[in-house]
Design a protein around this ligand. Structure first.
Ligand code: FAD
Length: 297
């Protein structure tokens, strides 16, 4: 949202603004550039009949699509075992995809008690057609991805039109490194889940599936099913005197514009590790303090 609002307001790359007849107030070629996002994959196993990962009751929830959702009533009657009693995360485990650095985690595994293959259209309907607890999903969440070749550019002067968002996963020099990290994670999870005492609860591997084993098969699978939900970094902070792509100074002030600050996930030069929301809140608290100090309240 931030790069679109800035571009529509005449703050951005003058060549882009000119294409849409927008007068340039401040030429800042970094607006909308440096887009980054996490690389995420999921590993899913179907559990054997009668096994329930979460000890969750079997109720036909409508997931907020009807007023008479039976799971709302069930939640009040069984607050510990109703489907809505789970926040959907069982636990999280940190992992290093580099065997030579086992104590230097770079990946989070998030264990969920339902079938989830990523945030896609209709993911709720897809995931919850099966009872909660009958599948185990592990999300692989790579911290410290290095690809910053994505971008966000307006496509018209209409603020309601979605800008052109190019994520560009697996396009930069780090393509193979990130593919290998996901592959290593999938193989690690296979070993952890299928070659351990836990395997007695597993019926079969559903995603990627036991047919997908070789490097080539896994590469194709990953590139097809990869997803992400931490888009960021398109109005980055930096040294506005030396870095031509820096948009903000360390106080969140937009270069060359008086009294305009940005504070959201777009301000980070690099994607915050694992899950970004706390970093956003912390940065915004700091910027709010700066505003208060400057106003001398
Ligand atoms: C499905 C999903 C799950 C996630 N889960 C997690 C998680 O578990 N942990 C975690 O750390 N992060 C999570 N994230 C990431 C996290 O939610 C975002 O990184 C974070 O919300 C970004 O904060 P923000 O303030 O930049 O943007 P947002 O939180 O998106 O806030 C932008 C706000 O601007 C408003 N807005 C938009 N356009 C306009 C306009 N023209 N005028 C006025 N207002 C406008 C929007 O309505 C919205 O309220 C998740 C993201 C998604 C999509």
């Amino acid at each position: 949202m931030t790069p679109q609002l800035l571009q529509l307001s005449g703050i951005g790359d003058r060549n882009l603004l000119r294409q849409f007849g927008i007068r340039t107030i401040q030429h800042l070629p970094g607006v909308g550039m440096n887009q980054q996002d996490r690389v995420e994959a999921t590993y899913v196993v179907k559990l054997k009949n009668g096994v329930n990962m979460a000890g969750i009751r079997n109720v036909n929830c409508t997931y907020n699509t009807t007023l008479d959702d039976p799971c709302l009533i069930d939640y009040f009657e069984h607050p510990r075992t109703s489907p809505y009693s789970t926040n959907s995360g069982l636990f999280m485990m940190l992992h290093s995809t580099e065997p030579i650095k086992p104590n230097f985690p770079d990946t989070a595994f998030v264990f969920l008690p339902f079938r989830f293959t990523g945030f896609r259209e209709n993911w709720v309907q897809e995931a919850f057609q099966y009872s909660v607890g009958t599948y185990l999903t592990v999300i692989t969440n790579l911290a410290r991805v290095t690809n910053n070749l994505g971008s966000v550019r307006i496509q018209s002067t209409n603020a309601f039109e979605t800008p052109l968002i190019q994520i560009n996963h697996f396009t930069g020099p780090s393509k193979q490194i990130e593919l290998n990290r996901i592959k290593q994670s999938i193989r690690y999870l296979r070993n952890l889940i299928l070659n351990s005492p836990f395997s007695k609860y597993v019926d079969y591997e559903e995603f990627p599936s036991s047919n997908i084993q070789t490097d080539e098969e896994l590469d194709q699978f990953i590139q097809k099913y990869i997803w992400s939900h931490h888009a960021c970094c398109t109005a980055k902070m930096g040294n506005t005197k030396r870095d031509p792509l820096a948009v903000l100074n360390s106080k969140g002030q937009v270069k060359g514009i008086k009294n305009l600050r940005v504070c959201d996930i777009s301000i980070f030069p690099k994607i915050p590790s694992y899950y970004p929301f706390m970093s956003v809140i912390t940065a915004c608290e700091k910027i709010a303090d700066d505003i208060i100090k400057q106003a001398k309240y």
